[in-house]
Design a protein around this ligand. Structure first.
Ligand SMILES: [Zn+2]
Length: 150
């Protein structure tokens, strides 16, 4: 397994890129003249937080969806049934929804099928894309679908 990323360090490393993205978004939202005088700060806050949540969902979907497409890189334990230990076969991909702190995300992930147990399952576990058990915190508003990337 790859070394755990420290989110603060990732943010620090990407800070100048993020600043560029933020300035671009301000331009897209308010135009070349910037935010007009008289704009309530609460409006700016609403737009900013929603953009951030949407970006967060897109990052998670891109990473989890990209990983799911690379089944040849999957660890060998993904090729055996977690219940009985028998080798498993490919099963069709299924949409995989997950509630995160940034709202609902989903991606397509191939399943495995165990003939002995007669069950299909996600090799990375039912709850988590990466098998780390993080990410699914119930609660938080889940207006997923607002910014689907497809
Ligand atoms: Zn089995």
């Amino acid at each position: 397994m790859a070394q755990a990323l420290q989110s603060e360090q990732v943010v620090e490393d990407l800070k100048s890129r993020l600043e560029g993205v933020a300035k671009n978004l301000v331009f897209e939202v308010y135009g070349a003249d910037g935010m007009p005088w008289g704009t309530p700060f609460s409006e700016l806050e609403d737009v900013s937080v929603e953009l951030g949540r949407c970006l967060s969902r897109m990052i998670m979907e891109a990473a989890a969806g990209g990983q799911a497409e690379q089944t040849s890189d999957a660890p060998p334990e993904y090729e055996v049934c977690p219940t009985c230990g028998q080798p498993v076969g490919e099963a069709k991909s299924r949409s995989r929804p997950l509630t995160t702190r940034a709202g609902e995300v989903q991606w397509n992930e191939p399943q495995r099928y165990c003939r002995k147990c007669r069950r299909a399952f996600f090799p990375s576990g039912e709850e988590s894309a990466a098998g780390g058990g993080r990410g699914s915190q119930p609660g938080g508003s889940s207006e997923g679908g607002v910014c689907r990337s497809e």
